[in-house]
Ligand binder design. Structure first.
Ligand code: GRF
Length: 228
């Protein structure tokens, strides 16, 4: 790869385990992106300490310090620019974003959602999946657009829903898939192999391995099911 690695800023609100997965992937010199910074809207997000342990610059831009959503988002946008981001990853960032923010970063702003979109947008996805009786659930990485959890899909990972699954069982199984899926999806976005085009997703020059990354990628142990 001759291209410079892309600079990625990650937005978090909490524990940052997906952020951790992205940081880990970007430690590999062959990964096409570097994590340039982490921004939280909450000072108590435990992910901040994790990022600092890796020597990654962090900023807290607390929403409660701003009068409205527009000024908070504008401050975050300015910080992202200062960090020199090419790509912005939402990783458990629990704030709705303004249209101005989304439009500013459109096509370079991606999110991971703990459900197979377009099913179960919003919060409490695992409890709702169990209540609905679905036998397959999962995670989706998508481009962010103005409507919440609605942008063009990049990659999805499915997991089985066990008949005796608790919400915690299912959340843990989906999270494991998230940690696998998000770095693979970021890689393809950073390589410009997946772009947002005309309101959809455009895939270009994908190898067979790239295509496998987009649909329920397997872990190192090649496990397909881990029901209790
Ligand atoms: C993940 O399930 C993610 O999909 C959702 O929020 C959760 C964040 O977890 N958007 P973490 O902070 O990455 O551990």
């Amino acid at each position: 790869m001759t291209d410079e690695p892309k600079r990625v800023v990650i937005l978090i609100s909490g524990r940052g385990s997906n952020m951790r997965a992205l940081i880990g992937a970007a430690l590999d010199p062959s990964f096409p992106a570097r994590i340039a910074g982490v921004i939280s809207n909450r000072a108590d997000a435990s992910g901040l300490a994790t990022a600092e342990d890796f020597g990654i610059p962090t900023r807290t831009i607390a929403h409660k310090d701003f009068d409205d959503r527009a000024s908070h988002d504008a401050a975050i946008s300015a910080a992202i620019e200062e960090m020199g981001a090419d790509i912005v990853c939402l990783a458990g960032y629990m704030r709705l974003l303004t249209a101005e923010f989304v439009n500013r970063w459109e096509g370079r702003l991606i999110n991971i959602h703990p459900a197979l979109l377009p099913s179960f947008k919003g919060i409490d996805t695992h409890a709702r999946a169990i209540a609905a009786g679905v036998r397959v659930h999962g995670a989706t990485v998508h481009f962010v657009t103005e409507d919440m959890d609605d942008g063009p899909i990049i990659a999805q990972g499915a997991v089985p829903v066990g008949l005796r699954d608790t919400e915690a069982d299912l959340a843990a199984r989906v999270l494991k898939m998230e940690h696998r899926l998000y770095p693979l999806a970021l890689r393809l976005v950073a390589e410009d192999k997946v772009t947002m085009n005309d309101g959809g997703t455009l895939y270009t020059n994908l190898s067979e391995t790239d295509e496998q990354a987009l649909l329920s990628p397997l872990g190192g142990a090649q496990e397909t099911r881990d029901l209790p």
